[in-house]
Design a protein around this ligand. Structure first.
Ligand code: NAD
Ligand code: IPM
Ligand code: MN
Length: 357
């Protein structure tokens, strides 16, 4: 198989972890006989520095003519004081909108040997396995107006959704739940927000089209609590943009580190983008200590969702699990015993497992 992949390294640990995902992709290409053609593009702070904008038009054009996009992470203290339109994060939001990447899938599955890496009790998290389906192109992130008024004394952000935007992500979540254990938890704030009331109505209406899926509604505050007290009660979770952002970082605690969580951002028709759920981790950038697993598992999600290469994706996932089971981990995973490795050495161990299979 011949595929064109746009590589957006971004900022902070983005370039370091992207290099590891590329090494893994080369190994998969050699092992399974595929050619992955990689093109670089600019996004985030790197794009601001080189091109004066967080999302050059050229990046969007390259993305649209690729078969998939892999993204590291954006952002950092260097650009934190920039005006809103010149922040690295704008680049990320811009590409999500430009490619209409409305469906963000964030699987949260811990590895057995890392159970003690989580501050949560073993019996609480062991066996937890869930999928957060996050709406990615609407809500507070994109609603207008979003501005300061009255000499800076008043501020407004707008939570805007159309029925269509809600319906497509809710459908996607039902479809995902059907492929898993057929339990869908819809998370909202319907006791307060008008948007959540409409969301809940749509979930109820759509549920009639998926009779084998059991649906429950949970308010977002209670969900935040239940996610870490009884994570095994959850299978597929669907929620709007900002709730999904917050709950997914929280859920990463089940796996031992935010550095373990991959994601896929998908359009109805068109190119998909794959990126870790975490950020650019400026506090550890440039030290070769970042956990490359979220990025590597994001590349696996790309193989599965964009290229239909299920065996290849599984080979990566198994290799990661095997390397971890062999006692290898990175500094972010607080485990006793085993061997703490650098970013590149951890990747070596994963690659070793792929070539062994
Ligand atoms: P972050 O996710 O970058 O880091 C949070 C904590 O987790 C830090 O202590 C970091 O060291 C650690 N961490 C994250 N990924 C890790 C990995 N792979 N290995 C080891 N440790 C890891 O969040 P933050 O510090 O709040 O944000 C930093 C910057 O990243 C900000 O500019 C923010 O806007 C941006 N950000 C970008 C994305 C993205 O590009 N998708 C996502 C979140 C945050
Ligand atoms: C994420 C990030 C982004 C988001 C930021 C950097 C805009 O936190 O991908 O989870 O909030 O969506
Ligand atoms: Mn986030």
């Amino acid at each position: 198989m011949d595929k064109q992949i746009l590589i957006l390294r971004g900022d902070g640990i983005g370039p370091e972890i992207m290099d590891q995902a590329i090494r893994v992709l080369h190994t998969i290409g050699e092992t399974f006989g595929h050619s992955f053609h990689l093109t670089d593009g600019l996004i985030g702070g790197a794009a601001i520095d080189e091109a004066g904008t967080p999302l050059p038009e050229e990046t969007i054009e390259k993305a649209k003519s690729s078969d998939a996009v892999l993204l590291g992470a954006v952002g950092g203290p260097k650009w934190d004081q920039n005006p809103s339109n010149l922040r690295p994060e704008r680049g990320l939001l811009g590409i999500r909108k430009a490619l209409d990447l409305y469906a963000n899938l964030r699987p949260v599955k811990g590895f057995k040997t890392l159970t003690d890496a989580s501050p949560l009790k073993r019996e609480v998290i062991e066996g937890s396995d869930l999928l957060i389906v996050r709406e990615l192109t609407g809500g507070l992130y994109f609603g207008r107006p979003s501005e300061r008024r009255d000499n800076g004394n008043v501020v407004v952000d707008t939570l805007h959704y159309t029925k269509n935007e809600m319906t497509r992500i809710i459908k996607k979540a039902f479809e995902s739940a059907e492929l898993r254990s057929k339990k869908l938890t819809s998370v909202d704030k319907a006791n307060v927000l008008e948007s959540s009331k409409m969301w809940r109505e749509i979930v109820e209406t759509e549920s009639k089209n998926y009779p084998d899926v059991t649906v429950e509604h949970v308010l977002v505050d209670a969900c935040a609590m239940k996610l870490i007290t009884s994570p095994k009660d959850f299978d597929t979770i669907v929620t709007e943009n900002m709730f999904g952002d917050i709950l997914s970082d929280e859920a990463s605690v089940l796996t031992g580190s935010l550095g373990m969580l991959p994601s896929a951002s998908l359009a109805e028709n068109g190119v998909g983008l794959y990126e870790p759920a975490h950020g650019s981790a400026p506090d550890i950038a440039g030290q070769n200590i970042a956990n490359p697993i979220a990025m590597i598992l994001s590349a696996a999600m790309m193989l599965r969702h964009s290229f239909n290469l299920d065996a290849e994706a599984t080979a990566i996932e198994r290799a990661v699990e095997q390397a971890v089971n062999n006692g290898y981990h990175t500094k972010d995973l607080q485990v006793e015993g085993g061997t703490c490795l650098s970013t590149t050495d951890m990747t070596d161990q994963i690659i070793k497992q792929i070539t062994k299979e």
